[in-house]
Design a protein around this ligand. Structure first.
Ligand code: FAD
Ligand code: DLZ
Ligand code: SF4
Length: 522
């Protein structure tokens, strides 16, 4: 489906157009390319300050994208396309994508702009406003790298009282045919999550994601990032991400053969100094367009049919991609604009400074944030149950939390990050995405990790000096938000537990929480 910019004159078919390829659209299958003519059209790719700085992106994220963009531009040229590539550090770079679009239109005397809808609302709006103001004909095409279009999601969502991933996921299984035996799910069940909650043990044979030595193109980008973005978050070196489609395919192959068999079992586990466990570490490639969702899922499905990986791992993995990933994107476009400023609990505290440094005695947070600084990566349970959980319990403004997540992960773009943060992890949307807040005391972290054994705090101690801060914060959060949560049938039991406590015990929890909160911002 194409939307043409309002108030714009029609595109002149006799001269070429400008085809814009954004930094996270690095795919040969892009609809904007398929609709283009290599003989007449010019492709624009641009490294610009506005995109590099709307949040203080992790240095590895910027380096990955710029290096992947430069490699992709070369690959497009090799396929016969005319590519205008604006480098970050040339003197006349205007600093914005619309600025570079205007300059390219003038330089090549092109008739209008064609682009796949950007993954972030702010950029979509900026481009549409610019085209209207400048009277530039604009064609925005649906980004069909996703399995479920915006319109399809809207019609699925229409009339439903609650939007739940599990039902959406079944539709996607039927639509794609992945792990289907005729009309039935492979193995007789749709979901094997019950088998996927094991705690992990340290294992010297644990695989690591496929790492790549930077080539000359990537090396040049690393120097650029070092020179121009020294204040950005995180460690640039060692840099080991793939920056080409060939590399990303190798990383997929490596995951499918090395880590996938145990992905399911240890999906929710956390271990000190094991940042990746059995996760795929493919989201940065997938979200930038170097890999497609179906090719990943087909490769993973093959591992099951060839007997290399069990069903609980393969089903669990495919669910993350055709279920969660598509579902959160659907919610994003359904709820934007406005979703990123939702604040159901009216939480207003600032983000504690240690989110940027990792400098805290809470070992779980130090581990999750430390590896985030180092690798631009943390796996799902760390994001949800450690950094996300803590911020929600502490009453941090969800918008500040959202901006942190958008900055620090190599795979972060608003369409996928915001529903995960605002919806899943902070419950700031009041239950659009999930049915209850993921609030947990230290007990959950202790069950799923080895963190607590190495912590200065004692997880079994509920209150007072030396107690795990999550324990008192959990009850403080529950009590603070009782009016908003007590009617939720999935939460009622917690309030019954609270009500059975003596007044003295309750006061101890609330006093301890106050002491923790006072320390966080002193
Ligand atoms: P694996 O664990 O190997 O999972 C496989 C793939 O499934 C991922 O590569 C990803 O494409 C997909 N996936 C898994 N869970 C989700 C999910 N909840 N939503 C969407 N896709 C999913 N994912 C992002 O891609 N970008 C983000 O900015 C992002 N922010 C998050 C913030 C929070 C608070 C939470 C709780 C989750 C977030 N996620 C995000 C989802 C998930 O944590 C990451 O996709 C995953 O950790 C990426 O690592 P991986 O490739 O090793 O994933
Ligand atoms: C994230 C990002 C960064 C850091 N830099 C650029 C850039 O210089 N040029 C570009 O085209 N895209 C960049 N991106 C990705 C865009 O921000 C992305 O397309 C939007 O966030 C929409 O998903
Ligand atoms: Fe985290 Fe509490 Fe465990 Fe320490 S004791 S690692 S703060 S959960």
């Amino acid at each position: 489906m194409a939307h043409t910019g309002q108030n714009a004159p029609e595109e002149n078919a006799s001269v070429g157009g400008l085809v814009v390829v954004l930094g996270d659209q690095l795919s040969f299958e892009l609809a904007a390319l398929k609709a283009a003519d290599p003989a007449r059209d010019v492709i624009l790719m641009a490294e610009v300050a506005a995109e590099a700085s709307y949040v203080p992106h992790h240095k590895k994220k910027v380096a990955f994208l710029f290096a992947a963009m430069r490699h992709h531009a070369e690959a497009l040229r090799a396929e016969g396309w005319r590519v205008h590539y604006a480098r970050y550090d040339v003197a006349d770079n205007s600093g914005t994508l619309v600025g570079e679009m205007g300059r390219a239109l003038a330089t090549y005397h092109l008739s209008g702009v064609r682009i796949c809808t950007p993954g972030e609302y702010r950029l979509k709006a900026e481009i549409a406003e610019w085209s209207a103001a400048q009277q530039v004909p604009l064609t925005m095409l649906e980004d069909d790298r996703f399995l479920c279009s915006e319109a399809e999601f809207q019609s699925w969502a229409k009339g439903r009282k609650q939007l739940r991933m599990e039902y959406f996921y079944r539709e996607m299984r039927r639509k794609t045919g992945l792990l289907m035996a005729g009309t039935e799910p492979e193995g007789g069940r749709w979901n094997y999550d019950a088998e996927n909650r094991k705690a992990a043990q340290a294992d010297i044979f644990m695989p690591r994601p496929r790492a790549f030595a930077p080539d000359a193109v990537t090396q040049e980008v690393l120097e650029l990032v070092e020179r121009h973005l020294p204040q950005n978050f995180g460690d640039l070196h060692p840099f080991w991400f793939a920056t080409t489609r060939t590399g990303a395919l190798e990383a997929l192959e490596h995951f499918a053969t090395q880590a996938l068999p145990l992905f399911g079992d240890y999906q929710d586990a956390m271990l000190s100094d094991a940042p990746f466990l059995y996760h795929s570490v493919l989201a940065q490639y997938l979200n930038a367009g170097l890999l497609g969702p179906m090719e990943i899922c087909r490769r993973v499905e093959r591992a099951y049919y060839e007997g290399h990986a069990p069903l609980n791992a393969v089903e669990g993995y495919i669910r993350q991609i055709i279920g969660w990933r598509e579902f959160v994107r659907g919610i994003y476009w359904l709820k934007m604009p406005g979703y990123t400023t939702e604040n159901f609990f009216e939480a207003s505290r600032p983000l504690p400074a240690f989110y940027w440094t990792g400098d805290t005695d809470m070992h779980c947070l130090a581990q999750a944030i430390g590896q985030t600084r180092k690798e631009a990566y943390a796996h799902h349970i760390q994001r949800l149950m450690v950094t996300g959980n803590f911020a929600m319990l502490a009453g941090v403004d969800p918008h500040a939390v959202h901006e942190w997540y958008l900055a620090v992960y190599a795979d972060a773009y608003e369409w996928v990050e915001a529903p995960n943060v605002i919806g899943m992890s902070q419950f700031a949307d009041g239950g659009v995405l999930g049915s209850k807040p993921y609030a947990a005391s230290g007990n959950y972290i202790n069950k799923m990790s080895d963190y607590c054994g190495a912590c200065r705090y004692r997880v079994a101690q509920k209150t007072g000096e030396g107690a795990c801060p999550f324990n008192a914060l959990y009850w403080d959060f529950m009590v603070r938000n009782r009016e908003k949560l007590s009617r939720n049938p999935r939460i009622g039991h917690a309030y019954r537990t609270w009500d059975r406590m003596s007044e003295g015990k309750q006061a101890e929890y609330l006093d301890s929480a106050k002491a923790v909160l006072d320390r966080l911002w002193d």
